[in-house]
Design a protein. Sequence first.
Length: 210
Amino acid sequence: MYLRFFSKVFSVMAGPRPVVFSGPSGAGKSTLLKMLLKEFDGVFGFSVSHTTRKPRPGEENGKDYHYVSREEMQAGITKGDFIESAEFSGNMYGTSKAAVQAVQAQNLICILDIDMQGVKSIKKTNLNPIYISIQPPSMDVLEKRLRARKTENEESLQKRLQTALVEMEFSKETGQFDVVIINDNLDEAYGKLKAALLQEIQKVKSTTKA
Ligand SMILES: Nc1ncnc2c1ncn2[C@@H]1O[C@H](COP(=O)(O)OP(=O)(O)OP(=O)(O)O)[C@@H](O)[C@H]1O
Ligand SMILES: Nc1nc2c(ncn2[C@@H]2O[C@H](COP(=O)(O)O)[C@@H](O)[C@H]2O)c(=O)[nH]1
């Protein structure tokens, strides 16, 4: 009885576990996480990363990313502002401590969308997230999706496809991810994602109700 009470108090104090999304560029991470953020408003919050890449049409500074220069990013890293950072396809990306704290301060499930290097770095911290890998059904489908997205030139597309091969192999390593979801049919993939996160979603809903 007391044990149940204290474990509930402790889990509320500790806050919900963050969720890391990783997987090849073009696998559908942003698509799926946007669906979660929309359906579960007040449950999930997005950790807005910093990047040195230029914004794509429709992307907003402070919402999709914090767009910064290489100098600014490097200065932040040197100051210790980042939990992790990585070079990906010719640009720098990183998760700031402030980005994660901003979400956790609202008692929301913090979603991080990061590459494989980020996953390896986060594993060395005490963030303790649930690791979810989003994978495409095949390289052919991935290439078609990336081309159809029209965000890359031929050079950056080829770089992303090369990196995708490594990310796909990484997801097959035992113990790297808690859940691996093949994003073939979008609705089915989203269903699997929700099922994987159901327990955490219910925890947040029950604490916000109380
Ligand atoms: N199941 C799906 N079926 C068909 N198209 C999809 C599916 N999932 C995502 N897409 C499309 O594939 C493209 C890539 O998806 P998305 O941008 O979400 O990938 P990502 O993993 O977030 O990529 P990045 O890491 O580069 O940000 C988008 O144009 C998206 O609309
Ligand atoms: N290690 C990190 N990787 C990140 C971060 N934010 C995004 N990413 C990853 O970069 C690639 C490319 O993203 P894109 O928006 O340019 O297509 C993708 O795999 C993201 O997951 C971060 O903060 N750290």
